[in-house]
Design a protein around this ligand. Structure first.
Ligand SMILES: C[S@@+](CC[C@H](N)C(=O)[O-])C[C@H]1O[C@@H](n2cnc3c(N)ncnc32)[C@H](O)[C@@H]1O
Length: 248
């Protein structure tokens, strides 16, 4: 996410109590507490395709025979506006096989209101149908575990609370991870050694992750957790991003 400034240390080591949004250009949310945007300003939807889908070998992996785990299970750190979910659901509908199922489980400390989700995602006509369905099903007061069966083959769970708690309590067998906290220097809880170890522990053998982040400490935490980490060109001219795989 090209506008994220790795040198700023606001909020380092602590979680803000709330998250106040500013809106740039009318529909681009910005977190005042974390001092960061939710996705890159160039095009967050295309960034999702490059970093999170391609970074995890998707949609190609959806065409392969499914492991005995059952559903294809995606984990996401930071649900935010739901942009990654809506773009993933859009592509899943294009490429899924008739008998396959997707479970998208996201971990979010500060769930947004449906109104704010609607405002942010209205930017993209390409995901209009997904946005409308998500907002229609989104609870008026989001808390706890939000479960939405968005269609017969697709289930969304948003686990509200600190990601470390949520991931620790989640089932094992994740096939792919979208690591999408705010910039590592501003949101260290989302990139900690303990959280990366927990994610690795919950990942199926051969499971993968993708992230826009390229900071050295993030790469080292992922390697120390047990992932084989690869550096790739980032989105929209950003030099690097990371993706990787759990051996097995
Ligand atoms: C970059 S945004 C995620 C953008 C999102 N994936 C989307 O599609 O809009 C980072 C998100 O992480 C959340 N967050 C920050 N610290 C967290 C923590 N410790 N546990 C869980 N969520 C956290 C923020 O509230 C924010 O929604």
């Amino acid at each position: 996410m090209s506008d994220r400034d790795p040198d700023t240390s606001a909020n380092k080591g602590q979680m803000p109590e709330t998250q106040t949004l500013d809106w740039n250009d009318g529909d681009m949310p910005y977190s005042r507490e974390f001092g960061d945007h939710f996705y890159c300003r160039t095009d967050g939807r295309l960034e999702c395709g490059h970093v999170f889908l391609s970074g995890n070998g998707l949609p190609d992996r959806w065409a392969q025979p499914k492991s005995p785990n059952g559903d294809f299970l995606i984990g996401e750190l930071g649900f935010g506006t739901g942009l990654n979910f809506c773009e993933t659901w859009r592509q899943w509908k294009l490429y899924r096989k008739p008998d396959s199922r997707l479970h998208f489980m996201s971990f979010e400390l500060y769930p947004m209101s449906g109104q704010d989700i609607d405002r942010a995602l209205s930017h993209w006509p390409e995901i209009k149908a997904e946005r409308e369905a998500l907002v229609a099903a989104w609870p008026a007061e989001p808390f706890g575990i939000i479960e939405i069966a968005v269609d017969e083959q697709t289930r969304l769970s948003v686990v509200c609370g600190p990601a470390l708690e949520g991931v620790s309590a989640a089932p094992s067998g994740f096939d792919a991870w979208y690591l999408d906290g705010f910039a590592p220097s501003r949101n260290p809880d989302m990139w900690s050694p303990e959280l990366m170890r927990t994610i690795h522990h919950k990942t199926a053998a051969g499971g993968t992750f993708g992230t826009y982040a390229a900071a050295g400490f993030v790469r080292r935490n992922l390697q120390a957790a047990g992932f084989i980490v690869e550096r790739r060109p980032g989105f929209a001219g950003k030099r690097e991003m990371l993706c990787g795989r759990k051996p097995g």
